[in-house]
Design a binder for this molecule. Structure first.
Ligand SMILES: Cc1ncc(COP(=O)(O)O)c(C=O)c1O
Length: 382
């Protein structure tokens, strides 16, 4: 394609389109906060928490400063620390394993399934055995709902219960998705999510939340996010962090949550169109019958070695791609010394060479998506 026929670049995630739709409403919500000046734990924070809990059916939603803090706070509340093994999939964003590592616990890395990109049950069980063999106490598992698709929560819960593990669902990419008719937020002892701007439900900065049905856990997390404060403001009951969600971010999220169900439907429609347009030329993601995805990413798989040329071909047509994740955790400098489940992590290693994500957001219109589908087919020689 030459200079004259070059089409406008397509955004990978179009936050500006949503901003145009919501602009005035969010500006007004922000103006209310700047007028009342309760920037820390203002009324919008409690209102958002009630709405988030109602949205996913959890008894408690405790908002916090990021998805990473959500993971950290839940593990801190359970007293996870040195000597504990926390089983994490290796094919994920670093924060999944970073949270237990920050607490001095040992992330034990397990493999994922190629079909769903989520925790592989056999590898999970092997990781528990590995932890015991190394003299660690298996304390928790953090299944990840990667790219917006729920992990196999019932099977994970069964194994976790048998071994007495705390289950912390890392739903940073998947808030709003369902498993067996229930929204994430209720499928583990605690669920962490992120409101990073590019997430399906994102704010205008960093933010996160923990969901749980456990009253005691919720209370401890509320204390931990404010330095471990106790009933008496001058007597801190435990060591905590500054982990609150800003009132301004809560105000943004209240407005965004109103259109979130509609946006989830749009994402699902767009994913369906991708599957129809690309399903016979490349490996597209398939959603198990029991689940729905919120499509944080639309990730296809190419033959190993094909990705660089593929992405370059799309780039020439103004179509961005991204690679989540080019390196599984055990190949990253900070994580390579952590133990791996017996049997190794062959699927994570293979996926890291095969995956590439296409533009995905609720405002991707049909003509633009057709342009992407046609370019993908051309790049694959289909
Ligand atoms: C799977 C996963 N876990 C945790 C996080 C951490 O969330 P945050 O960036 O809000 O700290 C992310 C965010 O990118 C994520 O994708």
């Amino acid at each position: 394609m030459n200079q004259h026929t070059r089409l406008a670049p397509i955004p990978f995630i179009d936050l500006a389109a949503q901003r145009r739709r919501l602009g005035a409403r969010i500006d007004e919500a922000l103006a209310r906060v700047t007028a009342h000046c309760q920037f820390i734990l203002g009324p919008e924070v409690g209102a958002l928490e009630a709405e988030l809990a109602a949205f996913c059916g959890a008894r408690h939603a405790v908002s916090c400063a990021s998805g990473t803090d959500a993971l950290l706070l839940a593990l801190m509340a359970k007293g996870i620390g040195p000597g504990d093994a926390v089983i994490c999939p290796a094919f994920t964003f670093c924060a999944t394993a970073e949270a237990p590592a920050l607490l001095g616990a040992t992330p034990v890395l397990a493999d994922v399934e190629a079909a769903t990109f989520n925790l592989d049950l056999d590898s999970f069980e092997r990781a528990i055995a590995t932890a015991r063999r190394l003299g660690l106490r298996p304390g928790a598992v953090i299944p990840v709902d990667l790219f917006g698709l729920p992990a196999d929560h019932d099977s994970i819960a069964e194994v976790a219960e048998e071994h007495g593990l705390f289950v912390l669902d890392d739903a940073a990419q998947a808030f709003g998705a369902t498993y067996k008719g229930r929204r994430l937020g209720t499928l583990a002892h605690a669920t962490a999510t992120s409101f990073f701007p590019a997430k399906p439900l994102g704010c205008y900065g960093d933010g996160g939340a923990v969901f749980t049905d456990d009253d005691g856990l919720a209370e401890t997390i509320r204390s931990l996010r404010v330095h471990g404060q106790g009933a008496d403001k001058y007597d801190n009951a435990r060591i905590g962090i500054t982990g609150r969600l800003d009132t301004i971010q809560a105000a943004v999220l209240i407005e965004k949550l109103k259109i979130f169900p509609e946006e989830i439907e749009a994402r699902q429609r767009i994913a369906q169109r991708y599957a129809e347009g690309l399903g016979e030329v490349v490996i597209v993601p398939r959603v198990p019958d029991v689940s729905t995805s919120v499509w944080a990413q639309y990730t296809i798989r190419l033959a190993p070695g094909a990705r660089e040329g593929f992405s370059a071909a799309l780039e020439r047509e103004g179509i961005p791609t991204a690679v989540y994740y080019a390196k599984p955790l055990h190949r990253q400098t900070a994580y390579r010394h952590y133990p791996l489940a017996d049997g190794g992590l062959p699927v994570s290693e293979r996926l890291a060479e095969e995956v590439v994500s296409l533009p995905m957001h609720p405002y991707l219109d049909a003509p633009t998506q057709d342009r992407i589908i046609a370019a993908v087919r051309r790049a694959l020689g289909a």
